[in-house]
Design a protein around this ligand. Structure first.
Ligand SMILES: [Zn+2]
Ligand SMILES: [Zn+2]
Length: 285
């Protein structure tokens, strides 16, 4: 059984539509795929309608959080997408995305980069606009050679010259809200140091005590040492460990199913959730 619990679609900053994502997941030989767009659930309906027979969809989202000034991502699974308190928080974060992206464009223009808001909006299409779209504009303009080269202190990394902070949820609040909506939380890529500062282990311990369910261990941004350290920490704290591709279509280099989650861990996630159930493929289009 092959299970990939972290994937993005055009509902946020992936390049596959939700329908393409589930078809590609089936073609990649996955049995279970999670749709975890940034701060939105609006890809669900399309993914469910297109779900191929034999593939199970785990509905989810990747919530933008901030702990002690450090940006971090919290994966949330199988929560009720209509639950009002969590919905309101997602909207608060998402409504901040456009002013933030516009702010990054303004800073880049001050730095002499001829990027325009129209260009970034075109790249984002109908997805919720974010930093990877601004980074893609920098690649189009030849300022950097790849999206990841834009995530440096010179450009768009946290605290970088063209960086603009956004509204992000307190992770303890995120854990509480997701639980309140019947879902399960997994701290995404907690040791992804190249994205900026990471949250200390002591804070992960506090989150575990506050009801965090798991941490993502097998991820492209974690080297072997980081994975070993995180596995030890999870064991110590009684946390589940997951593995996932963080697939973004062609925007990033990872492929579907590049890393996967143990079926027993997946089973435990579904047992803990009571807000929504995984959706089995019904042999749709
Ligand atoms: Zn993330
Ligand atoms: Zn992600």
């Amino acid at each position: 059984m092959r299970i990939d619990l972290h994937c993005h679609s055009t509902a946020s900053d992936g390049t596959d539509t939700p329908a393409e994502l589930v078809r590609n997941a089936a073609a990649a030989g996955l049995d279970v795929v999670a749709l975890t767009d940034h701060d939105t659930t609006r890809g669900y309906a399309e993914a469910i309608a297109a779900l191929p027979a034999g593939l199970t969809l785990v509905t989810g989202a990747e919530l933008s959080c901030r702990f002690d000034g450090i940006s971090m991502h919290m994966l949330a699974y199988l929560f009720d997408p209509e639950e009002p308190a969590l919905l309101a928080e997602r909207e608060l974060v998402r409504d901040d995305r456009v002013p933030r992206a516009r702010g990054m464009v303004a800073k880049l223009r001050e730095l002499g980069v001829p990027v325009t808001w129209e260009q970034v909006a075109r790249i984002a299409g109908d997805g919720s606009v974010g930093r990877p779209h601004v980074a893609t504009a920098l690649v189009e303009l030849g300022v950097v050679s790849s999206v990841s080269d834009a995530f440096t202190p010179d450009w768009l990394a946290d605290g970088g010259r063209a960086y603009v902070a956004k509204h992000e949820t307190d992770p303890f609040e995120a854990i509480r809200l997701v639980k309140g909506a019947g879902g399960v939380t997994v701290f995404a890529h907690p040791a992804a140091a190249k994205r900026g500062l990471t949250v200390p282990d002591s804070a992960i311990a506090e989150m575990a005590a506050a009801g965090l369910d798991g941490i993502e261990v097998d991820h492209m941004d974690h080297d072997a040492d980081a994975r070993a350290r995180l596995r030890g920490l999870a064991k110590e704290l009684g946390l589940l460990t997951t593995g996932s591709s963080d697939y973004h279509g062609s925007r990033k280099t990872c492929v579907l199913g590049e890393y996967t989650t143990d079926p027993e861990v997946y089973g435990e996630i579904t047992r803990r959730a009571f807000g929504a159930f995984p959706v089995p493929g019904a042999g749709g289009v």
